[in-house]
Design a protein around this ligand. Structure first.
Ligand SMILES: [Zn+2]
Length: 333
């Protein structure tokens, strides 16, 4: 697969098997078009009836099939409540946006390719990322879980700054040490290749923040391996998990270590740098994307398909343009 943008470096930073797998996913996404657009509904999204007859009633100008429900006598489209619902863009545009997002191409690149405005592509991309973030929330981590935090500088990319002068690229924080300008990104990974990454706050992460972000992914069967940071205590106690604290390099052995999560940090920093930062308010969406890309390594293609298509389609992933700019943002932490 030929990548023409500067993001090729990032994509190429994946191992051969990882990038092969992603390539297959992208091809597969394209093949799924027909399936998604022509899928027969199993229930009426308006009255909920599963027994009714769903009769085809023409197509919308964007190519979406319209159905008539014999139970409530209402017409609806089959992608109701999914990410493309109420979108004027044809599915081809959606798939190109998803494909380019997974390949970490820039919004400008996709906009140029599709001859659409940057703002349109931004909204489509963020609707996909919003859905991906919801899906990643459902991942359970298994048994041995390595956890560690890393920091990136706060970025207000795309927003006009009135309170401080804009920072030049590569410039460091104005304050030394862990200030509120540092955004904490916590990574957790298990030995099956599952990865969860979330922003856990500005500056030093508190026990409450850590617990709130990772409680859904940790259970009493989990064995957490972390450094001696106190922020994990509440999470461990509340979830009744086991806890291995690595105080010194000599505490590590072949099984108990945090090497995998440290490698993840290196990979994330490289991607983040190539991406020239991500606006901090959207960082959780991008962390979901990076986790998803990394997680593909451990998944079979069939599982990825099920994750991306069926679940995005089954779940209520529809968000309005207004919600793109207001929901699940990292602002109030
Ligand atoms: Zn109905």
């Amino acid at each position: 697969m030929e990548l023409t943008t500067k993001y090729a470096d990032v994509f190429n930073s994946l191992s051969k098997s990882e990038s092969n797998k992603l390539e297959k996913i992208i091809i597969d996404i394209c093949k799924q078009r027909m399936l998604l657009t022509n899928d027969r509904p199993s229930f009426c999204p308006l009255c909920g009836c599963t027994e009714a007859k769903f009769i085809k009633r023409g197509k919308l100008p964007n190519g979406k099939q319209r159905y008539f429900c014999s139970s409530c006598s209402t017409r609806f489209v089959c992608d109701v409540h999914s990410i493309s619902y109420k979108s004027n863009q044809p599915m081809e545009v959606w798939f190109k946006v998803i494909e380019d997002t997974i390949q970490l191409k820039s919004i400008k690149y996709t906009a140029k390719e599709l001859d659409l405005t940057d703002i349109t592509i931004f909204r489509l991309r963020h609707k996909f990322l919003h859905a991906l973030e919801i899906l990643m929330q459902e991942i359970d981590l298994e048994n041995l879980i390595e956890m560690d935090e890393t920091y990136v500088l706060e970025s207000n990319k795309g927003t006009k700054q009135e309170t401080r002068l804009p920072r030049k690229r590569g410039e460091t924080a104005l304050e030394r040490g862990l200030s509120l300008q540092q955004i904490c990104c916590t990574f957790a990974c298990d030995r099956s290749g599952n990865v969860i990454a979330k922003c856990t706050g500005r500056g030093l992460t508190t026990q409450d923040m850590m617990n709130r972000s990772f409680a859904p992914h940790v259970s009493s069967r989990s064995i957490l391996i972390t450094d001696k940071g106190k922020s994990y205590r509440k999470l461990v106690e509340r979830q009744r998990a086991h806890w291995h604290i690595i105080e010194h390099v000599t505490d590590m052995d072949e099984v108990i270590h945090i090497n995998t999560v440290n490698q993840l940090h290196d990979w994330f920093k490289r991607i983040y740098k190539s991406y020239r930062g991500v606006a901090s308010k959207y960082i959780n969406r991008y962390l979901a994307l990076f986790s998803f890309i990394k997680r593909c390594k451990a998944l079979e293609i069939s599982e990825i398909k099920s994750l991306l298509y069926s679940r995005i389609k089954e779940r209520q992933t529809y968000v309005t343009n207004k919600q793109v700019y207001s929901e699940h943002l990292v602002t109030a932490i």
